[in-house]
Design a protein around this ligand. Structure first.
Ligand SMILES: CC(=O)[C@@H](O)[C@H](O)COP(=O)(O)O
Ligand SMILES: NCC(=O)COP(=O)(O)O
Length: 251
């Protein structure tokens, strides 16, 4: 859903997981991710992304309802492909659910969902979410094999993992950056050509967001860890506004 004042623009979904990381560090209720969601809504963010992990290391079950009650922004629930998370999604009815790979031992999401390899496991979960009216997306690597599986499953959205691109940018490996950007750009075009709305996210920063934002078929970027980091120094509203400005200038 585009922001009313910016029809057809590239949407910014703000992932507030790591507000909850800081909150959980002391076992209390401050800083509250709900307050972050309200600030994002007030300063023009287009959506809230929250990853309810199996180990609840940051976002917790009770946060979901509170986030939904606190703002009218669409909630994009990131979830593993498990019966537990399916039941939680069907109970909370978020605007969207993005199925992501998850390993307890990982520090953060390490790659895209193997949609092709897990097709038979994923299909019934995708169908249940779609039948409930939840916009389903798959967090996948930008590859034809993964995109083809997403197409076969009938998902309306895919979110391309930009982690490899972000790592290449951080390493100033220009050849790898060019290769990753072409891969992401080609797959965004192929997704759109096949009626799937392409999104992107993971590891995006002020310094690397614009080449991604410039990919014309992308409809949404989900950005979290870096924005929450910047918010510690400059405040969440300025951080969101700066990311928004960089994205708009890239189009
Ligand atoms: C799927 C993805 O890249 C992120 O949205 C995800 O939430 C990362 O996991 P952490 O937020 O736990 O780092
Ligand atoms: N799906 C990507 C996301 O929500 C945020 O990822 P990151 O910016 O925290 O790396």
């Amino acid at each position: 859903m585009a922001h009313p004042s910016r029809p057809n623009s590239l949407r910014l979904g703000v992932n507030i997981d790591h507000v909850a990381t800081i909150r959980n560090a002391r076992g209390g209720d401050h800083p509250d991710p709900v307050r972050a969601a309200q600030i994002v809504a007030a300063c023009g963010g287009d959506g809230i992304t929250a990853h309810l992990r199996e180990d609840r290391r940051h976002i917790r079950d009770e946060d979901l309802k509170r986030i939904q009650e606190a703002t009218d922004l669409p909630l994009n629930l990131e979830m593993a492909a498990t019966d537990e998370m399916l039941a939680i999604a069907l109970s909370h009815m978020p605007h969207a659910a993005c199925i992501v790979p998850e390993k307890r031992e990982e520090r953060t999401t390490e790659g895209g969902l193997d949609a092709a390899g897990q097709h038979n496991h994923l299909q019934p979960i995708v169908t249940r979410l779609k039948d409930a009216g939840i916009r389903v997306s798959l967090f996948i690597e930008a590859s034809e094999r993964q995109l083809d599986s997403a197409l076969q499953m009938g998902v309306p959205v895919v979110e391309f993992h930009t982690g490899e691109y972000a790592h290449a940018m951080a390493a100033s490996d220009q050849e790898r950056v060019a290769r990753e950007l072409k891969r992401l750009s080609d797959m965004a075009a192929l997704a759109a050509k096949n009626g799937i709305e392409p999104h992107a996210g993971h590891g995006l920063t002020y310094d690397n967001v614009q080449p991604i934002a410039a990919i014309p078929q992308l409809a949404e970027l989900n950005i979290g860890h870096y924005l929450i980091g910047e918010a510690i120094f400059d405040g969440l509203e300025p951080a969101v506004l700066k990311m928004r400005e960089l994205m708009d200038l890239a189009r």
